[in-house]
Design a protein around this ligand. Structure first.
Ligand code: ACO
Ligand code: ZN
Length: 280
């Protein structure tokens, strides 16, 4: 619940970038009075003025997110941060995320979640590019709770990488999963594009007949999401007489779909670079 006067924050100063915000977030009132909020790109501490931010930068020892680096391939890393072990960082992360997420309610109760932070590394440190959160509860059917790529990094395939990473974890857990609903418009567009691309790969790679259960085991996707992706690819046809479904494999179309994506040359997740055991 939002309380107090409406937030005036119009933009954040983050790692030297000024980024316009999209939504209000419940920062404490004394931080919501200014148009610009200063956020340390490494520890995510929020500050009121460029003077405080400058002083903080001199003494902040962080050059990467807290937690364990569980993936590194070239300049891309993933850090797993436990909401119980690093509550302040995770609360700050949730507040930051709220500035770009329309419907997000969690800010302070971070303990039941793990946070997977994707960074891009250069000589100054591991720069925060995006993240997703995930419930620790083993019975949860959601493999992603919230997902965000900072606007300055959007439309470069990072959302795709985060989603791909979330399914990689799900496969290691020998489970299937789906993002928490409702999805935002951008979330839906990104997931749809991802699901369809994965299905194109799997439909092309197959020699033997496939079943949805089979695809589900190989991808970590739920049967519902597989059906919706197949429909999106116009690969699921219902026989009007027998009322059964059949797969229509338009290999040329699948190939074109993959080639269109590959031509963008987006960075990819390399599953071999994951060093991780599931949370217990
Ligand atoms: N308009 C049209 N298509 C889009 C858009 C858009 N604004 N955004 C993504 N897509 C589609 C495109 O097909 C795109 O591929 P392309 O750029 O090659 O055309 C594809 O989705 C994936 O693009 P990525 O570059 O991999 O994704 P990005 O890094 O931009 O991140 C994300 C996607 C995470 C959804 C980002 O837009 C974001 O953080 N949005 C704000 C927060 C948000 O809405 N999060 C999802 C909430 S739902 C949930 O949390 C479970
Ligand atoms: Zn800091």
């Amino acid at each position: 619940k939002d309380s107090g006067p409406p937030s005036k924050i119009k933009c954040i100063n983050f790692g030297g970038y000024e980024i316009n915000t999209w939504h209000a977030a419940p920062y404490p009132e004394e931080y919501s009075r200014n148009k610009v909020l200063y956020i340390c790109e490494f520890c995510l501490k929020y500050m009121n003025s460029d003077f405080v931010a400058w002083r903080h930068k001199l003494k902040c020892p962080a050059k990467h997110p807290p937690g364990d680096e569980i993936y590194r391939d070239g300049k891309y890393s993933f850090f797993e941060v436990d909401g119980r072990k690093n509550p302040v960082y995770c609360q700050n992360l949730c507040l930051l995320a709220k500035l770009f997420l329309g419907s997000k309610t969690l800010y302070y109760d971070v303990e039941p979640f793990l946070f997977y932070i994707m960074t891009e590394t250069d000589e100054f440190g591991c720069h925060f590019a995006g993240y997703f959160s995930k419930e620790k509860r083993p019975s949860s059917q959601n493999n992603v709770s919230c997902i965000l790529v900072l606007p300055i990094y959007q439309r470069r395939g990072f959302g795709h990488m985060l989603i791909d990473f979330s399914y990689l974890l799900t496969r290691v857990e020998q489970k299937t999963g789906s993002p928490e609903k409702p999805l935002s418009d951008m979330g839906l567009l990104s997931y749809r594009a991802y699901w369809r691309l994965i299905l194109c790969h799997h439909l092309l790679d197959q020699n033997q007949p496939l079943s949805i259960v089979n695809i589900s085991e190989r991808t970590g996707m739920t049967p519902d999401d597989i059906v919706s992706a197949l429909e999106g690819l116009r690969a699921l046809v219902r026989d009007p007489i027998t009322k059964t479904y059949a797969l229509r494999l338009d290999r040329k179309y699948f190939k074109e779909y993959i080639e269109r994506h590959d031509s963008k040359n987006y960075p990819k997740i390399n599953p071999d670079r994951l060093v991780w055991v599931p949370y217990v």
